[in-house]
Design a protein around this ligand. Sequence first.
Ligand code: S5P
Length: 264
Amino acid sequence: MIAEDAWGKRWSNCAHPLSHEFMRVATEKESLVVLAADEPSVGDILRLIESVGDSVCALKTHVDMVQGFNTEDWSMVVDSARSKNMLLFEDRKFADIGKVTKTQMGGLYDIRSWADLVTSHSISGPDIVDGIAAGWEDVERIGGVLLLAQMSSSNNLLDEGYTDETIRIGSASPHVVGYIGNGSSASDLKSLRSKVGEGKMIWSPGVSLDASEGSLGQRYGNPADAVLAGSDAVIVGSGIYRSEDPSASAKRYAAASWGALLER
Ligand code: S5P
């Protein structure tokens, strides 16, 4: 199948090149899964990429949770993900003023040099997106921002007015690829999709095929329901890396999410 047929209106309306890159990879792998590789060791992340890379489209990292971080080890993660044709997605959840955020794209982790996508809060206003883009510009790379429009955690403070303002910021910026939506609630996702329209992606964490609740306030919904409600990617962490057979588990999430896209 070609990406354009699988994605329909989303393909023709999403302008950012990275959204097309994602849709192409997803079509090739028949998977809408983004792996949340929340492991604090480079060795564990590398083993995970090796075992599940063929059925996931992007590697989502929290680089600041890696113990004993160093650039050399990290370049192995980057190379390994690239060799498996995965996008690199740093879930940094930036939240500062624009100029500080620009500097934070560099620094110890040098996110600007390897990440294709990053997450950002919109709490500090629209300039944060320009700060992130300026970081990529400094190293002559193109990247995309996913703004947190909703969250999956219980009792979070992102109310509907906040979501609406976040979409307003995102719509006005060519650097915003899309939004993080609450994967634990199909109705939240439907409402988000109706506000966002076809021109941006929605990626959803808070999905599981087995659990309805995670630890420390995480909530889960069904990944196929999330896609049917309008989500374009399901972000899966513990459902894959904590399972006894991560490779088999990743394939289950891939099949559930891809099947739902075709149904949609
Ligand atoms: O609202 C959110 C936003 C994000 S990006 N809720 C989330 O859980 N996330 C991220 O998704 C979180 O940082 C983690 O890496 C992943 C979910 O992990 P899981 O183990 O619960 O699947």
